[in-house]
Design a protein around this ligand. Structure first.
Ligand code: SAH
Ligand code: DHB
Ligand code: MG
Length: 216
């Protein structure tokens, strides 16, 4: 099995379940035109986030790592009309591109893009979220999960992206991103308020995976 196969199957899945429309395509096209890296979640991953948010009837969603707003569109579309997505981004240019993409998708009224270092923004927040998607700088993953424990309640769901890293996660001497994932896993093993699993994935973005944790 090769990357070509994984990409072809993701394309096929996209046709089967419906993972594309004008606003989502425009978000990716505009992000590329503005020079943003092509590291948004894959379309099937985007739909998974959307379905998770609807499954838990999320009214308040937090995202860490906005980029051009592609995953934010999927998440915000799962909200009721009076729901709210707060999405945190370090880079002012990324945030501007995301705001334009969310505006084009008709979601600007539901989404708050906040610029700054996510650890600082999180420390100053007092909100209570039903669903959290963590997808920013990987070395800080454990810090983000620790910080959002204060901003969630029993029943809240936390999803963390990019936690398998082509299988490198099993290497105790891996790079800074791997160390970030392993520090996150140390926290998951020791934190009694969380119960979690990790699913390995292949697809258009290669071999990686995500962690899903429930606040108990
Ligand atoms: N969730 C997006 C992809 C996010 S890519 C999607 O699927 O569409 C990761 C983003 O995290 C980048 O835009 C990067 O600028 C941002 N980021 C990196 N370090 C950060 C930090 N310390 N605080 C907030 N955002 C950060
Ligand atoms: C990178 C970041 C991501 O969030 C992702 O899904 C894939 C790659 C990166 O920083 O390279
Ligand atoms: Mg990611």
């Amino acid at each position: 099995m090769t990357q070509d196969t994984w990409t072809a199957v993701d394309d096929y899945i996209g046709q089967v379940v419906g993972t594309s429309d004008a606003a989502l395509e425009a978000a990716l096209t505009e992000s590329a035109r503005e020079g943003l890296p092509a590291i948004s979640v894959s379309p099937p991953q985007g739909k998974l986030l959307h379905l998770l948010a609807r499954s838990v009837r999320a009214r308040r969603i937090l995202e860490v790592g906005t980029l051009g707003g592609y995953s934010a569109i999927w998440l915000a579309r799962a909200l009721p009309a009076d729901g709210r997505l707060v999405t945190l981004e370090l880079d002012e240019h990324h945030a501007q591109v995301a705001r334009a993409n969310l505006e084009r998708a008709g979601l600007a009224d539901r989404v708050d893009v906040r610029v700054g270092r996510a650890v600082d923004t999180l420390a100053a927040m007092e909100d209570d979220f039903d669903l959290v998607f963590i997808d920013a700088d990987k070395p800080s993953n454990a810090d983000y999960v620790a910080a959002v424990l204060r901003l969630t309640h029993p029943g809240s769901v936390i999803v963390v992206d990019n936690v398998v890293r082509g299988g490198a996660v099993v290497d105790p001497d891996g790079d800074a991103n791997v160390q970030g994932v392993r520090r996150l896993n140390d926290l998951l093993m020791s934190e009694p308020r969380l119960t979690a699993t990790t699913i390995q994935t292949v697809g258009s973005k290669g071999y990686d995976g995500f962690t899903l944790a429930l606040v108990t």
